[in-house]
Design a protein around this ligand. Structure first.
Ligand code: THU
Length: 143
């Protein structure tokens, strides 16, 4: 349960780190966690889940999005992603599109390492000129 004094960043950092500990990444040995705060204020998290048929593994972001949708969330306010190592673990191309489906103009991506947040970017800057549900003249994600 969320502690009343925890600010939003601390809450998201705790969630993303907890998610990373659940990763199933025996092939890459690269555990990743993701945590979304949706516009409804709820937090949803996911981890990467690999399998012996390497390309069939799923990213942490995909798991967090699935958890959000399953619980009825529809709009990503912020998504935190955490990985180990020196570099920035920014969402892969496929996950940028997955995030895009449930993003709004101000959705931000918070890239973290073990020490905390390393960079904050707008999804719009990671995926400019994107294709989205509007192009299909539908409402996003069956609102
Ligand atoms: N991975 C993620 O889960 N999210 C990212 O943003 C980058 C990569 C995973 C996929 C794979 O299980 C492992 O990290 C190595 O690529």
């Amino acid at each position: 349960m969320q502690e009343p004094h925890m600010d939003q960043e601390a809450r998201l950092l705790a969630a993303v780190k907890a998610a990373q500990t659940k990763a199933y990444a025996p092939y890459s040995n690269f555990p990743v966690g993701a945590a979304i705060i949706a516009d409804n204020g709820e937090v949803y998290s996911g981890c990467n889940v690999e399998n012996a048929s390497y390309p069939e593994g799923t990213c942490a972001e995909a798991g967090a999005i699935a958890a959000m949708v399953m619980a009825g969330g529809r709009k990503i306010q912020k998504i935190y992603v955490i990985g180990n190592g020196e570099g920035l673990v920014s969402p892969c191309g496929g996950c940028r599109q997955r995030i895009r489906e449930f993003a709004h103009a101000d959705t931000t991506v918070h890239i973290c390492g073990p020490e905390g947040v390393r960079a904050v970017m707008k999804l719009h800057d990671l995926l400019p000129h994107s294709f989205g549900p509007e192009q299909l003249h539908t409402h996003s994600a069956q609102e």
